[in-house]
Ligand binder design. Structure first.
Ligand code: UN1
Length: 491
């Protein structure tokens, strides 16, 4: 299978004729050949989006929303098949892939509804016979750059609000998950999105991504990816005064206090740390544990982690799928080595799995470190793999301090049965998302998603917060007095 770019409503080969391979990380099978597009392909897509903008922005928002509703219906009908494709392409186990598609369905229906809301507001004028209101306006051409870990959900978080707000889109998906991006754009086309309104260009960040962030015809960039790339995006796009939203990962912690329901905490920890093989921005990679419960928790986790079954995500027996590629295995193992050098105690895991059936994929044993100091690199840097670090603390205040000391601020969680301590945690945990008696993953699409400090640049995705990013406020004054009225002077 050879994938094509989608530019101005046409499926097209890359003009340089160059392709890279899309590989199943669980068994090494070739899935597709994918365009390694050039700057010119990207520029043509930007031009197509520019051309389509003026008519799309004038399509009534409820009509734009109806198209998204159709997109949601098609996604729903195709959920099972899309989830299977996702597992093959990206590795996450089937049930989680189905959840990823479901997140896209939810976002489609939610943003379809925004077609009939997109609320602005009216407010009194300070002058007589004068009317004042604030409405939402489109921004222009949106450059959408997405990661591979949520191949359906994250593109929909960006593309659907962009569209309902009247923007046109150039979409550059991660090189690791082009197939799902291709399927999503085909569905948008099938649902009736007009030519040029959504354009898809496969290729590298350094060529296609770079063109999007630097081209003056692109008004807005929404990026999810690494902290390092995010800084570069902010710099280049900032130079062009583009509107930029960055979502850059986390070092999320679960706090377990002595009074916690231990069974519940263990389930929440396993789900958050090893779900998606730890490859979520929201994954839990730090466990901050009050001393009274530390030993019991360590024991229980060691047992349960040892029982997790590693394997291909389409195998119903599998708990934990592969990592995305060989580079990810190396990175994870590098951090495990650092952890050992730093003096952390390896409890379970700590090695790649590459014998027998694992040899063709990129597998790593779920790993637990104990006796981790909050300052160690494994406790402060994003590993993006199945590695969990246990840190001991005396009390809630110390736990909150440890949680807040890292440069990231996406998600945090606390297990406690004491309502007073839960509310103190809600007040003091400095993250964009806080969970009480649940793990760090599982954000719902109608609430704001994003984080503080190094996790981003202050924007939020999803919910109505997404509209604030994908639209411009337009303040409108209508004077029906028939005479010149001077604000601040005649009032
Ligand atoms: C991500 O990891 O980048 O809350 C997104 C969650 C999912 C989204 C994660 N709903 O874990």
């Amino acid at each position: 299978m050879k994938l094509k770019n989608y530019i101005g409503g046409q499926w097209q080969d890359p003009e340089n004729g160059q392709y890279i391979q899309d590989i199943d990380p669980g068994n090494g099978e070739l899935i597709a050949e994918v365009p390694a597009s050039s700057t010119r392909d990207a520029e043509r897509a930007i031009e197509a989006a520019r051309q389509a903008y003026d008519s799309w922005r004038k399509v009534p928002a409820p009509k734009r929303g109806e198209i998204l509703y159709t997109v949601g219906q098609i996604l729903k009908e195709r959920k099972h098949e899309l989830a299977q494709k996702m597992t093959r392409e990206m590795g996450k186990v089937y049930t989680e892939a189905a959840g990823d598609v479901q997140e896209g369905i939810d976002m489609a229906f939610y943003m379809a509804g925004e077609g009939r809301r997109s609320f602005g507001y009216t407010t009194p004028s300070e002058l007589p016979d004068k009317f004042a209101m604030a409405t939402r306006d489109s921004v222009g051409v949106a450059g959408i750059i997405t990661p591979w870990n949520f191949p359906m959900a994250i593109p929909t978080w960006k593309i659907f609000p962009a569209l309902v707000c009247g923007n046109t889109v150039v979409f550059k998906p991660a090189s690791e998950t082009p197939w799902l991006a291709h399927e999503l754009v085909s569905i948008l086309d099938q649902a009736g999105v007009p030519a040029g309104v959504v354009n898809l260009v496969f290729g590298s960040g350094s060529v296609v991504g770079e063109t999007l962030i630097s081209d003056p015809r692109v008004n807005l960039i929404s990026f999810t990816g690494s902290n390092e790339t995010g800084r570069h995006v902010a710099k280049v796009a900032g130079e062009g005064l583009k509107r930029v939203s960055l979502e850059l990962g986390g070092k999320n912690a679960i706090i377990v206090l002595d009074d916690a329901d231990l069974d519940l905490a263990v389930d929440g920890i396993l789900w958050s740390a090893f779900g998606t093989t730890g490859q979520r921005c929201t994954a839990c990679s730090r466990l901050i544990v009050q001393k009274g419960i530390y030993q019991r928790l360590e024991q229980r986790l060691a047992e349960r982690i040892g029982q997790l079954r590693l394997g291909h995500g389409l195998d119903a027996q599998t708990d934990v799928g592969p990592l995305i590629n060989a580079g990810a295995v190396d990175k994870v193992h590098h951090y495990v080595t650092i952890g050992q050098q730093e003096g952390a105690r390896l409890v379970v895991g700590g090695h790649p799995a590459n014998d027998g059936a694992y040899a063709k994929g990129h597998y790593y044993a779920p790993t637990l470190f104990a006796d981790v100091a909050p300052t160690m690199r494994i406790a402060t840097e994003e590993i993006f793999g199945p590695v969990l670090s246990m840190i001991a603390v005396d009390d809630l205040d110390e736990a909150v301090g440890v949680n807040n000391r890292v440069t990231y601020g996406l998600s945090s969680s606390i297990f406690t049965q004491d309502v007073n301590r839960a509310f103190r945690a809600i007040r003091d945990l400095a993250t964009g998302i806080v969970y009480i008696n649940a793990g760090t993953i599982g954000a719902e699409i109608h609430l704001p998603f994003g984080g503080t400090r190094g996790t981003g640049n202050g924007h939020r995705e999803a919910g109505t917060a997404a509209l604030d990013f994908f639209s411009e406020w337009k303040a409108v004054y209508v004077d029906y007095s028939g005479r010149l009225q001077r604000a601040q002077i005649d009032a």
